[in-house]
Ligand binder design. Sequence first.
Ligand code: EPU
Length: 436
Amino acid sequence: MYVEIKQSPELSGEVSLYGAKNAVLVIMASLLLTSGKSLLKNVPASSDVLHMITLLESLGAVISFDHETHELWVDTSSVDKWRVHPDIMKKMRASILVMGPLLARFSRADIALPGGCVIGTRPIDFHLKNFSKMGVEIQSGGAYLKTHVRQLSAKDLVLEYPSIGATENLMMAAVCAPGTTRIINAALEPEVLDLITVLQKMGAQIAIEPPATIIIKGEDALKPIEHELVVDRLEAGAFLLAAAITGGTVFLSNANKDHLAVFLLKLEEMGHLVRSGPKGTGILFKATKSPQAVSFKTAPYPGFPTDLQAPMMAIQCLAQGRSVIDETVFENRLVHIRELQKMGAQISVEGSKAMVTGVDELYGASVIASDIRASCALAIAGLAAKGTTIMTGISHWRRGYDHLEKKLASLGASIALSHSLHLTKPLSETKSAQKY
Ligand code: EPU
């Protein structure tokens, strides 16, 4: 299977965003804290969500997911297992997020080390060190990391880096630890705040103290919830960048401008026009025809999101001037550069920094996506590249997005998922293959 992308006209039209993948995964895990039936709304049917469904079902949850209405019902009444099979764990790093809720519910959790994208070593030491501090005993060896605790203890937990996953995992354990837990230097991304809203709906007592401390008062019983997810700022980024590279105009009807402040600032610095929607919600975007290159550095929220670094790099490849991009969150998140170079991009790398010199044209090529956001970057580059781009490695594309290709096509993009291994035109005959 591959995605075929052709040089596309200016994108134009309106699109509505799904709930955030990185919110729904952790919120699904958090439902293990309750016993009963919960409803999540605007859930994307991305393959990571389907993996999380498999994981929860393997623990005994009963789930129904309507792909048309995007409603996900999760009944956790009959959850009776605390061991996650390595085959499930290895498919998705976010599997680690069931550790906190399982410890809270069963005082034990056996998990294998998680898998996920190839964007660095991605240790889980912040999770484990702080679980130990809360009294959890951790034994490694064999296929599983075996953890158990007599009684979770409320503690002051300090994160040396505001890790999203560690903040979420510890918070979900702490909601059932008697006393007051404080997570200092916590991550406060919109997806973390959405989890906090959900935990509060369940009955948990959680407050945020500036600059970045989450205070949790442990509760005994938490109840099932109904919740509409925060919208996906990364899906929003994909549409804005696709419109930018094709010179188009789009309206994202339910996007939240505040969740993308630094990213939108950089788009404006490039010369693009960004406005709020008519009633204050939504983002109206109109691309400039002569984009200027901008430099940026990824950082925890509210800084420039690492998950938009690769897609933003794709549009720098055709901007006027030179852009310096510094990836500070992950140590190996520049793998997409090799693929962009195949398309004619001029990029050099020094350590964590990529130097992009804008070129006049990109050319379609055969490229491989190495992680979710790399797949987005390559698709965006493909929309402006002359000829046809064939992207493989699309398990990543499907992990992060729910049929993004169909939504892009509805705005005029020439992009489609192909199930056939037969290419309409051999790559050796395309202009890109002649050039590279
Ligand atoms: N880190 C450690 N030790 C830990 C945990 C993290 O050293 O115990 C390091 C990581 O290696 C990384 C940095 O801390 O260098 C930040 O990692 P974080 O824990 O914040 O990331 P995560 O929770 O594993 C989530 C998203 C990622 C997103 C990152 C950063 C989910 C399910 N995943 O991962 O999403 O890139 O935060 O914003 O929420 C994606 O959507 O494409 C994606 C990879």
